[in-house]
Design a protein around this ligand. Structure first.
Ligand code: BV8
Length: 247
């Protein structure tokens, strides 16, 4: 049985507006590499942060397209884990629950989370690198980077690369929910990538309770009201069970 601070459960029982921010660690137990994990095989020679940039796509669109095609295949073959499922159940427990994710794998939606704010986009759809038209499906070629049916430009994953701005509507929704929350969860994220990483501090600034759930310490750990070290796939269901047991 996971030993959880009583005060955390009391806070959860009285919370009205809850925000959860997730990172790659939430999908780790679904078998998907985090950004910190070393890449394997052919991709071991590359750092994710060197591939997830407009410059990398400009320099070698085929290489970047192939990296995302591999990750898309892995994401589609993966299953949501108990951490995703617990977050989906949390959506109905509070006056408001806002799920923010840095992940692009689509597993929160497949776990049944009714509303997911994808701060860094999704690998499940693409957009034209020239005219920006979005496509949920596209004509897979025999491996080459597909072209936009409208303008023949190159298609690219519909994700936010380093040096690119986050979708303004998603970021504004995240900021609004963070400003209004009384409880903020930071789950499975190293808290190194901005502006997503700044949300937890914004929650703290207006007095929200900050709960970090992460396998390792992060720059946020020392600031958290409750810092739970461990796997989100175990800790989130344990928190949910303790919440229900306290009724
Ligand atoms: C921008 C999509 C304006 C693509 C990603 C302010 C300060 C400093 C730097 C900046 C700043 N503002 C902007 C920057 C630059 C940059 C940045 O933050 N750089 C960092 C590296 C210093 N930010 C940007 O460029 C952003 N754009 O701000 O626009 C602008 C415009 C022009 C010029 C400047 C600014 C865009 C950032 C988005 C980049 N895209 N993803 C793709 O997925 O391919 S980021 C990508 O990396 C992820 O989405 C994620 O956000 C990040 C990785 O972080 P995590 O998800 O936390 O994953 P990580 O592996 O790091 O950690 C996982 C954690 O889980 C670990 O701690 C591990 O211990 C834990 N864990 C593992 N297993 C488990 C677990 N925990 C629990 N249970 C487990 N089982």
């Amino acid at each position: 049985m996971t030993d959880l601070p009583n005060q955390l459960i009391d806070t959860l029982r009285t919370a009205r507006h809850v925000v959860a921010l997730t990172g790659a660690g939430v999908s780790q137990e679904s078998g998907l590499n985090t950004f910190r994990d070393a890449q394997v095989g052919f991709w071991a020679q590359y750092r994710p942060e060197d591939l997830a940039t407009p410059q990398a796509f400009e320099r070698d669109p085929q290489l970047v397209w192939d990296w995302y095609a591999m990750r898309r295949t892995q994401a589609r073959a993966a299953a949501p884990n108990p951490g995703h499922l617990a977050l989906a159940e949390m959506a109905s427990l509070f006056k408001s629950f806002t799920l923010l994710t840095q992940n692009v794998d689509g597993l929160h939606q497949r776990a049944g989370s009714p509303a997911v704010i994808e701060l860094h986009g999704s690998i499940q759809n693409v957009r034209c690198a020239s005219c920006s038209l979005h496509y949920d499906s596209w004509q897979e070629t025999s491996g080459e980077v597909p072209h936009c049916p409208a303008c023949a430009g190159l298609l690219r994953p519909n994700v936010v690369w380093f040096g690119e701005s986050l979708p303004s509507a998603a970021l504004q929704s995240a900021l609004d929910a963070t400003q209004a929350c009384d409880l903020f969860f930071s789950i499975g994220t190293s808290g190194l990538v901005h502006p997503a990483a700044s949300l937890a501090y914004a929650a703290l600034e207006h007095g929200a309770c900050l709960v970090e759930i992460n396998a390792t310490e992060t720059p946020l750990t020392a600031h958290a009201t409750h810092a739970l070290t461990g796997s989100s796939g175990q800790l989130l269901p344990a928190i949910l069970n303790a919440y229900h047991a306290a009724r």
